[in-house]
Design a protein around this ligand. Structure first.
Ligand code: SF4
Length: 349
């Protein structure tokens, strides 16, 4: 199956141009079309010889080919836009553009078609994981978002459909394309690219050695294995006794703080004893806790705690020495997946 050319790094792009019969300097021109002009198709790349474009198109997909059909839907009241794109094999992939503070835009990319992790509050896991996306299919989502915006997005979060650490090589190759300075990539700062995992420990261990300052976000959602396993089957494979030390080791190795995402569910994980258990779990090392009042979804019967309960929970964590932020969602209705987290990004940064 043809792949989007957006997955290629600088050397690979030079090789692709060479194979297509182009001179070396054409690779730089091509990179500019991909990452600074966000070209939709080969026809737009007018300073490349027609024969070179034809040869490249035999082997690689342009943006139109990579995302063959597109539907852009707004979400009422939030300014959020969703791009639903059909891939070369007919599968659908979702990308979300989320407005943030000061006219910034966060792009939420998907890393798989479906997801095998089966979190209780998520529609994306219902049918399992169909397949992982290629680096090009992930990177092309960011390029498509840039084309829609007419500029480079400000932040990228890997919080769409799929678990990026179960598609590690492609997800990180795509993150590098987004981070590489223009024209070799989108030039988004590493600290503005967040990879979010539901707790895949081998991925966290590899991520610690990446050498780029990408952000790491871990979905915790409960302070004990009993509670967490009820929400997230991944806890049975990598329980808290393995996950939290891996996060601590990540911080010690990289000097970077992990953000723990914690969705507050009424009567389930929002009680004073839950705050105490969370403090005991996380206090041994510096971290950040992002509290998200549950946004009701039809897949999950949990209720949203009151504003007072949420604030009391946050205050208890702060008193205990944890850096805790309470996110207030501005809207409802973006479907599926790590949407609980995605909603929490609305209005951020
Ligand atoms: S919440 Fe995220 S990790 Fe969990 S099943 Fe949904 S897409 Fe997968």
């Amino acid at each position: 199956m043809k792949q989007p050319i957006h997955g290629l790094g600088p050397e690979e792009l030079a090789e692709a141009v060479r194979e297509a019969g182009g001179e070396r300097f054409r690779a730089r021109q091509l990179a500019e079309w991909l990452w600074t002009r966000f070209a939709a198709n080969w026809d737009e790349m007018t300073n490349l010889p027609r024969a070179l474009r034809a040869a490249l198109s035999e082997r690689w997909l342009d943006l139109d080919g990579a995302l063959a059909t597109e539907e852009v839907a707004g979400e009422e009241g939030t300014g959020t836009r969703k791009i639903l794109s059909r891939l070369a094999d007919g599968e659908l992939v979702e990308t979300v553009l989320i407005p943030a503070a000061k006219d910034r835009t966060t792009v939420c990319v998907s890393s798989q078609v479906g997801c095998g992790c089966g979190c209780a509050f998520c529609a994306s896991g219902l049918n399992g994981c169909t397949r992982s996306l290629s680096a090009g299919e992930i990177a092309a989502q960011a390029a498509r978002a840039a084309r829609l915006l007419g500029r480079r997005p400000d932040n990228v979060v890997f919080m769409g459909i799929g678990e990026p650490f179960l598609n590690y090589d492609a997800a990180l190759a795509a993150a590098r394309r987004m981070n590489d300075p223009a024209p070799d990539g989108l030039g988004i700062g590493a600290r503005r690219i967040t990879v979010s995992t539901c707790g895949v420990v081998p991925g966290i261990e590899r991520f610690a050695g990446e050498g780029r300052q990408f952000e790491l976000s871990v979905s915790l959602h409960a302070p004990t294995d009993e509670q967490r396993a009820a929400l997230m089957p991944v806890d049975r494979k990598w329980p808290l006794g393995v996950l939290v030390p891996a996060c601590r080791a990540y911080t010690e190795r990289t000097g970077r703080i992990v953000t723990f995402e914690y969705t507050l569910v009424a009567g389930f994980n929002d009680r004073p004893e839950d705050a105490r258990a969370l403090l005991a779990l996380l206090r041994p090392f510096p971290s950040r806790v992002n509290l998200i009042p549950l946004n009701p979804v039809k897949e999950f019967s949990g209720r949203t705690p009151s504003a007072a309960t949420c604030e009391a929970f946050r205050a208890a964590l702060e008193r205990g020495g944890l850096n805790a932020t309470l996110r207030r969602s501005k809207g409802r209705g973006v479907n599926a997946s790590c949407g609980q987290l995605r909603r929490s990004r609305i209005g951020e940064r």
